[in-house]
Design a protein around this ligand. Structure first.
Ligand SMILES: Cc1cc2nc3c(=O)[nH]c(=O)nc-3n(C[C@H](O)[C@H](O)[C@H](O)COP(=O)(O)O)c2cc1C
Length: 298
């Protein structure tokens, strides 16, 4: 529950202005205008009203002003932040050094401060550092993608290809065909360091894999997870760590009950994000050019 102490409230209206869910309303009592909590059930418990009330007239049963920590002044310039953003690269070669728990806690804390739709905060995290577990999961991912359709994409024409091109478009099918090639060639070729042929193909021998999962029926769970992951990626960069998304795991988990079971996900949850984390073996010194994409100004 949320309430306003009428005696303290100055009816400045800030709570009304900043509330995402229009919980507050101005009411007239005894010829005086006061703010009231008119629609408490609409509250998403974001805490903005408590944070901004200049006279601390608002209290809530779910969040306490005493728990709010003072923010440090921002001392990062736009240019420095922009430099951080363009310096991020997807890292695919890691040293064997494990990422310490303290660093991961720092990243997780930042991830939990990325916004979530309706302040839902319902996406959870699995941190995997067990090598055997990672090796087995990686095998499950390759098998799931192969069996879900990649195995049919070896030829550039034929019944299946033509059907898929009609259904999903040629560009998409050509991209998938590239992945057919990746798996086939990895199986055929020896690897540089003589590891297992498919080993490291998906998880790149990263020491840590972070998996996010969310409510299956929430259409914004992947968006929430993406924001948390990009937040972690940028912070990780400032800590000397490298990261890489694992879309392959997300795609495979959508297809494979075995993967969901292996990750011990309840039926109502799905994998919504996955990130490799480790110490990068190499440093990038260039900003890689991007395609100029259309921007429409209205
Ligand atoms: C949603 C998403 C999924 C991705 N999945 C993978 C993946 O499974 N494996 C991989 O090596 N890179 C993956 N990437 C990284 C992209 O390939 C990479 O962002 C792109 O090549 C641009 O390079 P950059 O991140 O270094 O700027 C993924 C990126 C995103 C945003």
């Amino acid at each position: 529950m949320i309430s306003i102490d009428e005696a303290t409230c100055t009816t400045c209206g800030i709570c009304y202005e900043v509330c995402p869910d229009y919980v507050f309303a101005v009411t007239k009592t005894g010829g005086r205008e006061i703010m009231s909590v008119r629609y408490p059930l609409q509250c998403c418990q974001c805490g903005h009203c408590l944070s901004l009330c200049p006279v601390q007239a608002i209290t809530a049963s779910f969040i306490f002003l005493n728990d709010f920590e003072a923010l440090e002044p921002l001392d990062i310039s736009p240019a420095r932040l922009a430099n951080l953003i363009v310096s991020r690269r997807s890292i695919r070669s890691f040293t064997s050094q494990q990422v310490p728990r303290k660093m991961l806690d720092h990243l997780l804390h930042a991830a939990m401060h990325a916004g979530t739709s309706s302040n839902g905060q319902s996406e959870s995290f699995i941190v995997i550092q067990n090598r055997q577990f990672l090796t087995h999961l990686e095998k499950l991912v390759v098998d799931a993608l192969w069996n879900a359709g990649l195995k049919h994409l070896g030829k550039d024409t034929g019944l299946v290809i033509n059907y898929l091109k009609k259904k999903y478009g040629s560009d998409f099918v050509e991209k998938c065909r590239a992945y057919h090639g990746v798996i086939t060639h990895r199986r055929e070729d020896g690897t540089l360091h003589g590891d297992e042929k498919i080993g490291g193909m998906i998880f790149r021998n990263a020491p840590t894999l972070l998996v996010m999962h969310g409510e299956k029926n929430n259409s914004l769970t992947q968006t929430n997870s993406s924001l948390a992951i990009r937040t972690m990626e940028l912070l990780a960069l400032t800590m000397g760590l490298g990261t890489c998304w694992v879309g392959f795991l997300m795609a495979a988990a959508q297809k494979s009950k075995t993967i969901k079971r292996f990750l011990e996900l309840p039926k109502n949850r799905s994998v919504s994000g996955a990130l490799l984390i480790g110490h990068p073996r190499y440093t990038y010194h260039h900003k890689i050019p991007r395609r100029d994409r259309p921007v429409r100004w209205i």
